[in-house]
Design a protein around this ligand. Structure first.
Ligand code: CS2
Ligand code: MG
Length: 412
């Protein structure tokens, strides 16, 4: 079998997606997600100019060798653009291998290790009342684990509050509530860590008082705290028994997590912006995290993320794969197949794509009783309707950025 066609398909039904579509001389089609939120066109260029020409004519069965060729052969290694491009190739090749074998990818990865994948959704609110309504809505949708994000008094617009889009009159561009906004320039948001640290523990106390002690609650700190602030927050949240505190501090400085770990037993999740096992190596070996947040799309594909999670399993660290709407249905399917097969699955983020996205991507996963299952279609179980995709051309969109009240740039 040979790869004889490779297309890079950009579509923007509810948000921008980049999909690599490989076709073999025997007619098998493989899909891979190459979406890098806010920098999509960089990955398109990397794929079109520097990957596709090297793929044509190759044997699609040689997944590992093609991965190593694209990683080592580029000389310039790692980074979000390179690894999203390589991830798309890896996913597409696993998709093809499954279709050629007549098996879902999870069977090729060792078979199912569980009945389904516990998923969590994004509840949010500018106020406690709005947040409670959002939690109730997610409980009614069947979620059995919920992320809690809240507005902060004195701050105009911050990460993770779904209703902000409607307030800003751009509900459509934030239809699926993911953070990127369509427009030629990124939007500035504001931030005040001290106000946030004062406010958040009371929000979790209110949520626990209203919804009880059992339901797993998660929170995303979104890279904004110094190590000692993260330690303070982790400790102040201990009475509320979080499932995890995510991205509590910018993780380029991995030593910072040693300090956080010394002060709190709140479980830590890191890594959605990481793109190779090297980013995780030390924080896994030193057991500074409890969950690996890596996404198939950003970590170079199914192959390297499975290796990373197998390494993490040695330290009893579990998966917590990234799954917001800027991970496409193809990337989500890949995460579900991998999550079903590995032993150390933890939880799967599931933000739910919009209706137009689900028209473009036909999916075979199921969502029932708070759990996801990738389904048993051969390969990844996703097809892309190219004609439907063509209805939604790329639309420039950027993630917001943060400035403090004195104008200093801050992490978003
Ligand atoms: C967030 C994401 O889902 C999460 O945990 O960190 O919404 C993140 O902001 C986006 O994926 C960025 O593109
Ligand atoms: Mg996050």
């Amino acid at each position: 079998m040979r790869i004889d066609k490779a297309e890079v398909i950009v579509t923007s039904p509810d948000r921008n997606f980049v999909t690599l579509r490989l076709t073999t001389d025997e007619g098998h089609v493989g899909l891979g997600d190459a979406t890098l939120n806010g920098r999509e066109l960089a990955v398109v260029a990397y794929l079109k100019e520097h990957v596709v020409p090297l793929l044509l004519g190759r044997d699609p069965a040689a997944i590992e060798d093609i991965w190593q060729f694209l990683y080592r052969g580029a000389y310039w290694r790692r980074g979000p653009v390179t690894m999203a491009a390589i991830a798309a190739v890896d996913m597409a090749l696993w998709d093809i291998k499954g279709k050629a074998a007549g098996m879902p990818v999870y069977q090729l990865l060792g078979g199912a290790s569980r009945k389904g994948l516990l998923a969590y959704g994004h509840a949010s609110g500018k106020t406690t009342d709005e947040l409670f309504d959002s939690v109730r809505a997610h409980l009614e949708q069947g979620y059995r684990a919920i992320r809690i994000q809240t507005g902060v008094p004195g701050l105009k617009a911050i990460y993770g509050i779904a209703s902000q889009g409607a307030d800003a009159g751009d509900a459509d561009v934030r239809y699926d509530h993911e953070p990127a906004r369509r427009g030629a320039l990124p939007v500035e948001e504001d931030w005040d860590t001290r106000a946030y640290l004062r406010h958040l523990p009371g929000v979790f106390e209110a949520v626990r008082n209203e919804f009880g002690p059992e339901i797993p609650l998660l929170h995303d700190g979104h890279h904004r705290m110094t190590p000692i602030q993260a330690a303070k927050l982790g400790r102040s949240l201990e009475p509320y028994d979080l499932f995890w505190l995510e991205d509590c501090t910018p993780a380029e400085n991995q030593e910072a997590l040693r300090l956080v770990r010394q002060h709190t037993t709140t479980p830590l999740a890191i890594g959605e912006i990481f793109n190779t096992v090297w980013d995780f190596k030390d924080i896994i070996r030193e057991q500074l995290i409890d969950y690996v947040r890596g996404a198939v799309t950003h970590m170079g594909g199914i192959s390297p993320l499975k290796k990373t999670l197998d390494y993490a399993a040695m330290y009893q660290i579990k998966s917590g794969m990234h799954g917001p709407t800027d991970i496409s249905p193809v990337g989500m399917a890949a995460a579900m197949h991998l999550g079903l097969a590995i032993h150390n699955f933890g939880i799967q983020e599931y933000m739910q794509h919009g209706a137009r996205t689900n028209e473009v991507f036909q999916q075979s996963f199921t969502w029932a009783d708070g759990m996801l299952h990738p389904g048993d279609q051969p390969g990844l179980g996703v097809t892309l309707d190219v004609d439907e995709a063509g209805k939604y051309p790329y639309a420039q969109a950027y993630l917001p950025y943060n400035r403090l009240h004195d104008g200093t740039m801050h992490d978003w």
